[in-house]
Ligand binder design. Sequence first.
Ligand code: ATP
Length: 231
Amino acid sequence: MADTILKLNDLSFSFPDKPVFSHLNYNLTTGTFLSIVGENGVGKTTLMRMVLQELKPTSGSVEFLPNRQAVNVGYVPQFRNIDMEYPLSIEDFVSLNQAGFKLPWRSREEKRRVRQILAETGLVDVCKRPLGEASGGEKQKAYLAQALLDEPNLLILDESTASLDPIAKNELLTLVKQINQEQKLTVIFITHDIPLARQYADSYLFLKPNHYESGLITDLTDEKVGKMNNV
Ligand SMILES: Nc1ncnc2c1ncn2[C@@H]1O[C@H](COP(=O)(O)OP(=O)(O)OP(=O)(O)O)[C@@H](O)[C@H]1O
């Protein structure tokens, strides 16, 4: 039987003035590309904040398997524009996630690892460019590379493709899908874009206020999306 990396056990969460979701149960299998979908404000980011252990469940639990230490979570945020004057190059920005990062005293091994990640993410040719001058797609790849440098086995993409053009969206997700398949990296992709989820994900978790549904992405038909939107 396939291994589970993350379990949501009867998970409920409320802010003091707002219940967000209740009694959520989900088993995430190692190596799955899961898409979490649902309208604005339904609680997708709140759920990820619990996985990142920034928020504590009101009841229930988030369980990492086989144990907390075995799961290294990487996080790629939503696209944020970076000031043109931002001083670091793409390479130095990616290196920020390296333990003991001290420019320019990185060890040979640390430099080799950064080079390897830059190659994996297709950033070698632009790595000396100031991050502020990079395109939107290159900036998101730099965030991805930064997250991958720490060798996560669970990667969260939190609306990371929102506001990218279709070519950059597909480039980023093709790259993530390739790493997901080659290295069995488990991926949680939060998005509003159901066609994009269908193109790349294996499974879905659809959140609605007081309701959720999950399954294989092939079962997320237009009819089901319509039904979910009317719940
Ligand atoms: N710190 C907070 N205090 C109170 N309410 C909050 C707080 N943070 C978020 N909320 C509310 O909790 C609900 C869930 O927010 P969340 O950001 O998780 O939704 P989301 O599904 O990620 O939305 P979006 O797709 O717009 O990013 C929203 O109604 C939001 O306004």
